[in-house]
Ligand binder design. Structure first.
Ligand SMILES: [Zn+2]
Length: 478
C-alpha cells in the first residue's frame, strides 16, 4: 500500500502564488467540462446502483416505497424510493471505491490507497516537487441517505481533472482527488467517537481509542474490527507520521451539496463557504420542581418544572433572535424536551423536565456568550418560577473558518466563469473542518440541492453540479 503525499518540499509563502501562468481560458474549460459530463453522469448512475439500499423492509413497506419511476430498473427503484446505504468499511462503500478507482485508471491518474482505505487519484502537474492540491469528499452515506452527499465532491474532483485532460491542459502543480472513508460514522456507530474517521486518521487527528469505543449499532462490531474486516489497518492510527501533512499540500478543496435550503430558496446554483459552524451543546439539562396534584395545589404554591422550562426556552429563543437581528451568525435548537413517560400524568404538576440546548455559530465568541446567557437566564427564570435548573456543562466544537484567500480567489473564478456564486455558511460538519484543524488552507464549494439531505429525496441538478465543478477546476489550475 503506497503512502500518499510522499513529497519532500516544505510549503512556503511563495506557494500562495501560482508557480506558472495558466494556459487554459474559461470558455475552453467549460467546453472541456461539457465534453466529459456524459461520462460523469454515467459514473453517478453506476455508483448509485452499486450502493442502492437493499433492506427488505424498505422495499416491502408501502408507506416508504412510492411507485417506482422506472419499474424495469430495480436499482433505480431502490435508490429513488429507499435511498443509498454505504456504511463505513462496508461492501457497498468498497464497491463505490472500486468504481472510482476504475474511472481514475481510465483517466490515467496515479492511484493509491492509504492504510485506512482512503483513495488518492493524482493528475501530475508541471512542477511535481511543489505542494499539490488535494480535493474530494467522503464516499460513505447515512442509512437510506441521498446519493450526492459526499460522493458528489469526489466525482467533481475526477470530472475536473478529466476536463483538464480533455482540454490538454496540465495543472501548475499535482492535483490529487481524495475519496474519504467513513465520514458518516456517527450515523452508524454508537459509543464515544467523533465521526470523520478517514480524514482524521489520515491527518493524524484520530485518537486510536475511538476505533474501539465506536460500536456498530446493528452488528455490535467495533469500528476497528470493521476496518480490519474490510482489509485495512486500524493499528496504523498514531503510528509514525500522518499520511497527510499540511506543509506538503497547497490546500484542501471540497465540493459538497448544500444540506440546507438556502441556495434553493434564494435561487443561486453555487455557494462559496465562509466557515463551518461550530457548536456548543448542553446534552443533559434538567428542570427540577415538585411533583404534586394538578387539582389540589394552587398555582402560587406550585414548583412547575415544565412551565419554568418553557419560559427558559422562550427567553433563549428571544435572545437568539436578537443576536441574529444584530448581525450575529447563530442557530438555536432544543432537540429534546419532555417529562419522563413512566412518571408523568395528566393529573400531576410536572416535577422534572429533561431537555438539551444547542447553539451553532461561525463565531466562538457568539457561542460562548449564548452559553453564558443560558446559565444567567436559568438562574433568573428558576427564581421566578420557584424551581431550579441544572444545565450541566456546555461542550464546545470549534468553528472552522475557510481560508479567506481561497474564498476571494474562488469569487474571482466565479466572476470569470460567469457563475452566480454567493457566500454561505455551512451549518453541517464536513471533512474540510478536519483539514482546517490540521493546518490546511481549506475551501468549500456548495451546490444547490432540493429537499434537504440525509434522505433519499435529496436532489441536485447536474447543470448546477457542472457549474460548481467548473469553479473547482478553475481553482485547481492555480
Ligand atoms: Zn457529507
Amino acid at each position: 500500500m503506497a503512502r500518499a503525499g510522499a513529497r519532500t518540499e516544505p510549503a512556503s509563502e511563495d506557494t500562495a502564488m501560482p508557480p506558472h501562468p495558466i494556459d487554459i481560458d474559461e470558455p475552453k474549460l467549460l467546453r472541456a467540462l461539457d465534453a466529459v459530463m456524459p461520462r460523469v453522469a454515467d459514473l453517478f448512475d453506476r455508483t448509485r446502483a452499486a450502493s442502492a439500499h437493499r433492506d427488505a423492509a424498505a422495499t416491502t413497506a408501502p408507506a416508504t416505497s412510492p411507485a417506482p419511476t422506472s419499474p424495469a430498473d430495480p436499482a433505480s427503484l431502490d435508490t429513488h424510493a429507499a435511498g443509498v446505504s454505504r456504511p463505513p468499511y462496508s461492501e457497498a462503500e468498497q464497491r463505490v471505491a472500486d468504481l472510482l478507482t476504475e474511472h481514475a485508471r481510465d483517466l490515467h491518474l496515479e492511484c493509491r490507497v492509504d492504510a485506512y482505505g482512503n483513495g488518492y487519484y493524482t493528475l501530475p502537474g508541471r512542477d511535481r516537487e511543489a505542494p499539490g492540491w488535494l480535493c474530494g469528499s467522503h464516499i460513505d452515506s447515512v442509512p437510506r441517505g441521498g446519493h450526492y452527499d459526499g460522493l458528489a465532491g469526489v466525482i467533481a474532483g475526477l470530472a475536473a481533472v478529466a476536463a483538464m485532460r480533455e482540454a490538454g491542459a496540465v495543472p501548475a502543480v499535482d492535483v490529487t482527488v481524495m475519496a474519504v472513508r467513513s465520514e458518516e460514522a456517527s450515523a452508524w456507530y454508537a459509543g464515544v467517537h467523533g465521526g470523520h474517521i478517514g480524514s482524521r486518521a489520515a491527518l493524524g487527528l484520530l485518537p486510536r481509542g475511538e476505533l474501539d469505543s465506536a460500536v456498530d449499532s446493528r452488528t455490535g462490531r467495533t469500528l476497528a474490527e470493521q476496518m480490519r474486516l474490510a482489509g485495512f489497518d486500524p493499528d496504523a492510527v498514531g503510528r509514525g507520521d500522518p499520511v497527510l501533512q499540511a506543509a506538503r499540500w497547497r490546500g484542501w478543496l471540497e465540493l459538497h451539496i448544500e444540506q440546507g435550503p438556502v441556495l434553493e430558496t434564494d435561487g443561486h446554483p453555487v455557494g462559496i463557504v465562509t466557515a463551518i459552524r461550530g457548536a456548543t451543546r448542553a446534552r443533559d439539562c434538567r428542570a427540577l420542581g415538585e411533583w404534586t396534584h394538578s387539582g389540589a395545589v394552587p398555582h402560587e404554591l406550585r414548583h412547575d418544572a415544565l412551565l419554568g422550562a418553557t419560559a427558559l426556552v422562550q427567553s433563549l429563543a428571544r435572545e437568539a433572535a436578537a443576536a441574529r437581528a444584530a448581525g450575529d451568525d447563530l442557530t438555536f435548537t432544543v432537540g429534546r424536551f419532555g417529562t419522563e413517560a413512566a412518571e408523568h400524568s395528566i393529573t400531576k404538576v410536572p416535577g422534572r423536565v429533561d431537555f438539551c440546548l444547542e447553539f451553532r455559530s461561525q463565531s466562538r465568541a457568539v457561542m460562548e456568550r449564548m452559553s453564558a446567557l443560558a446559565h444567567g437566564h436559568a438562574a433568573a427564570v428558576g427564581a421566578e418560577w420557584r424551581m431550579q435548573f441544572d444545565l450541566g456543562t456546555f461542550s464546545l466544537q470549534e468553528p472552522a473558518p475557510m481560508c479567506p484567500r481561497l474564498q476571494a480567489s474562488m469569487a474571482e473564478g466565479a466572476r470569470a466563469l460567469g457563475i452566480d456564486a454567493v457566500p454561505i455558511a455551512s451549518g453541517a460538519g464536513h471533512d474540510a473542518q478536519d483539514f482546517v484543524h490540521a493546518g490546511f488552507p481549506a475551501a468549500m464549494i456548495f451546490v444547490r440541492n432540493a429537499n434537504g439531505s440525509h434522505n433519499p429525496r435529496e436532489a441536485m441538478d447536474l447543470d448546477d453540479f457542472r457549474l460548481g465543478t467548473a469553479l473547482l477546476a478553475w481553482q485547481l489550475m492555480r
